[in-house]
Design a protein around this ligand. Structure first.
Ligand SMILES: *Cc1c(COP(=O)(O)O)cnc(C)c1O
Length: 394
């Protein structure tokens, strides 16, 4: 890894940033790789040093390591890497994507404020906005986020934030991030983006006008499905209140998880590129398949937001797609769904996404469609396995 963390990454590509940002020989041992500082607390030589640390920590401007709920060197290294990946001035890592989203929004909303959210968000975010925020005096309006006129019409004098995912779940609609940023900024509101489904390899929302990125690191960024984590990234002025909120709510990342996520993040660009290539080939294969009713992936000419994709995704379409098996006349679509899911063998059926292996997620409450997180396996092997399982669809 880079010698002393003094390397300049200003001109670097995302491939180099993923490997080198936040890295550098450990100052005490010169360990080549990031150590896991598996400690709750840090000690001081003198009473004055301790007092200085406590004062800094309680101003949420830590000047040294103090206590792992507030800061930790392994987590700080991860934060530096993730800030660089997002092109952000600052980032705060936390225990899960949901801690980044809840602390990130609560830090910037108060009783009486209005929040606009996309109407087809990740289900746990939907529940947070439908049940928890309103009961705490924050008004929430869900809107069809690809309908910019509807977003404008939903704005109120007390609207403080528009919150959207770049790629929606499971319909794979693409938010027009720059247009949403204009709507938000014209009203002195913030645009906050959850980019979990695509990652900074495909789009860096801050470069398209978003003010904050709040998302999970559990999925593509970690990439190996072995740790939960979240990240809030943006300007220091917007991230500092989230650092305080995360500390108050006790959402600290565990040092071991930070280490796992930093390790995974080093290969993020490679994995996303491979998953994109595999998903692009699988989408084309499924689109021509007689047992498939429709397939949605940003690479396809048939995608409803194709023009937006061309403008903001820069040809890196990501590894997420959705499709619906074609049930024969008189066959229940849910039986068609079961026939595919129950016969797929090489890949797991389960929640989550962004792992090295392909994951298949059946959605009976959405009419029997599938969300697929395409992995980094051999493309021909993925296609052969889908073809084999589709043969069971009647
Ligand atoms: C999984 C997910 C989250 C939540 O992340 P956790 O780490 O599971 O808390 C948030 N947003 C999206 C889009 C997700 O897919």
């Amino acid at each position: 890894m880079a010698k002393d963390g003094k390397h300049d990454l200003d001109q670097a590509t995302i491939d180099t940033i993923a490997v080198h940002a936040g890295e550098g020989a450990d100052p005490t041992t010169r360990a080549h790789n990031l150590p896991i500082y598996q400690t709750a607390t840090f000690t001081f030589e003198t009473a004055d040093e301790k007092e200085e640390a406590v004062d800094g920590a309680l101003a949420w401007e830590p000047n040294r390591y103090f206590y792992t709920r507030t800061n930790n060197p392994t987590t700080a290294a991860l934060e530096a890497k993730l800030a660089a990946l997002e092109g952000a001035e600052s980032a705060i890592a936390s225990a899960a994507g949901m801690s980044a989203i809840s602390a990130g929004l609560l830090a910037h909303l108060k009783h009486g404020d209005h929040l606009i959210v996309a109407d087809d968000l990740f289900i746990i975010s939907q529940i947070l906005f439908a049940e928890d925020f309103p009961s705490r005096g924050i008004d929430v309006t869900p809107v069809e986020i690809t309908n910019l006129e509807a977003v404008k019409a939903a704005m109120r004098p007390n609207t403080k934030i528009i919150f959207a995912e770049v790629l929606s779940n499971p319909w794979m609609r693409i938010s027009d991030v720059p247009a949403l940023a204009t709507i938000a900024h014209d009203a002195n509101a913030l645009l906050v983006i959850d980019n979990t489904f695509l990652s900074s390899v495909t789009i860096r929302p801050l470069e398209f006008g978003a003010d904050l990125v709040l998302q999970t690191t559990t999925k593509w960024i970690s990439g190996h499905g072995d740790a939960l984590g979240g990240i809030a990234a943006g300007s220091k002025a917007l991230v500092d209140p989230i650092r305080r909120q995360t500390d108050l709510l006790g959402g600290a990342a565990s040092p071991f998880n930070s280490w796992l996520i930093a390790r995974g993040a080093r290969t993020l660009p490679l994995r996303v590129e491979r998953a994109t290539a595999n998903a692009t080939q699988l989408a084309a294969f499924l689109e021509g398949h007689e047992k498939v009713e429709w397939v949605r992936h940003p690479s396809l000419a048939s995608h409803p937001d194709r023009a937006v994709a061309d403008r903001i995704l820069g040809g890196k379409w990501g590894g997420m797609l959705s499709f619906k098996p074609r049930a024969a006349a008189g066959v229940d679509p849910l039986d068609a769904m079961r026939a595919f899911a129950d016969n797929i063998a090489l890949f797991g059926v389960g929640v989550s996404l962004g792992e090295v292996d392909t994951l298949v997620y059946p959605m009976p409450k959405r009419g029997g469609i599938f969300r697929i997180s395409v992995g980094i396996e051999g493309s021909d092997d993925i296609i052969r396995e889908f073809d084999r399982a589709l043969a069971f669809v009647k």
